[in-house]
Design a protein around this ligand. Sequence first.
Ligand code: GDP
Ligand code: IMO
Ligand code: MG
Length: 424
Amino acid sequence: MAVTALVGAQWGDEGKGKVIDILAEKSDMVVRAQGGNNAGHTVVANGTVYKLRLIPSGILYKNTTCIVGNGVVIDPGVILSEIDDLISKGVDVSHLKIDARAHVILPYHLAIDELSEKARGAADIGTTKRGIGPCYMDKAERIGIRMCDLINSETFREKLAHNTKIKNDIIVKIYGGTPVSFDKIYADYTEYAKRLAPHVCDTSVLVYNAIKAGKNVLFEGAQGALLDLDVGTYPYVTSSHPVSGGFCIGAGVGPTLIKECLGIAKAYTTRVGKGPFPTELNDEVGEQIRKVGAEFGTVTGRPRRCGWLDTVILRFAVRVNGLTGIALNKLDTLTGLKTLKICVGYNKNGKRVDDFPADISDLEGCEPIYEEYEGWTQDISGAKSLKDLPKAAVNYLKAVEKLIDCPVKMVGVGPDRTQNFMIR
Ligand code: GDP
Ligand code: IMO
Ligand code: MG
């Protein structure tokens, strides 16, 4: 396994948390490198459901060092409540390390996320309203407050005083909102800092040393390729880089050190938030997938939009991430559908489109071209290998491999950590 990156290959929620938890058993280190608590990664272990947002999904194994890298944006109150929740379930969190350079989400980021979405009206992005975009904006503007600033009370006071003034002008004068209180933030965040300080260090050094020592290191992606700020469906994207290149920047490692890249996909497609979705199903099939697959957001509880598997998207994910394999989750959710459709390309005004368009306005009028595959009715949730799957399910997997020119290496047939098997 050595050094492996794991990324979302669609619009997020592909089951990354589950796969990381499975692979983490044999890993020495799991590293998050981007996003924040917009992510919601579900791990189901021994009947207990863990919903992780900032803490890497390797946390359940006490010998796995869990890293929150410099590219992650951290809401201290949220990470502390996650820590407390894990402790209450008997999980040891002393092996959690947070990078000193990671940026901190503050109450004014949450306020601006909310107010700017409201101001966009019908053109809103449908963000998770967790302050992610505004925090990354401050990072790019070079006024962000980092973990190393937070744990130094004098630096924190100075930077917070400066930022609160500017942000309150934006909140009040531009959006007509309610100002945030410097005193309250300073008091709350000073308490958070005391509790988080023992976890803060230079994680880039830890990651490098682990790789040099030949340890098994897993990079845990958040979100998915189509939500990438640069190559995703802009502007309906998040403000970080969920593609594999994001690990280099967000964990402070060079690209030559990452050897394998596993893309996580569902056997169909989902999306939360706004933006184009060519294979979306606004009918009873979409409803059945949402119901059977329990497709409701982990973070916001919003119903996820559901549609057929789109291999134009998966080919895009293979290309922009350099995928060496795919893990296909939730094959079990398709059980009972008589005919399954896979989108193999788009038809735009009589012309075939094989590559996912760079400009989302080019997606308008793109009609999916489908191939149809026979469904199956047998319960597959106990399958432990390809031999346990009905022929139609094996055919479906083979078709996907062929259409995306990338091997399916793992299959998911249920939410529990035992309901996954390797093919290769
Ligand atoms: P992530 O954000 O990529 O980690 O994915 P989420 O946890 O947000 O969403 C995936 C959902 O599907 C969770 O509720 C998982 O427990 C569930 N899940 C993951 N893999 C499978 C699978 O193979 N079958 C079924 N039925 N559910 C799965
Ligand atoms: P995981 O890691 C699915 C979506 C939001 C919105 C857009 C921008 O669980 O797969 P943001 O709050 O990031 O500024 O919102 O991105 N989004 C996700 N969708 N899974 C996620 O994370 C997501 N994180 C953000 O719904 O459309
Ligand atoms: Mg999720």
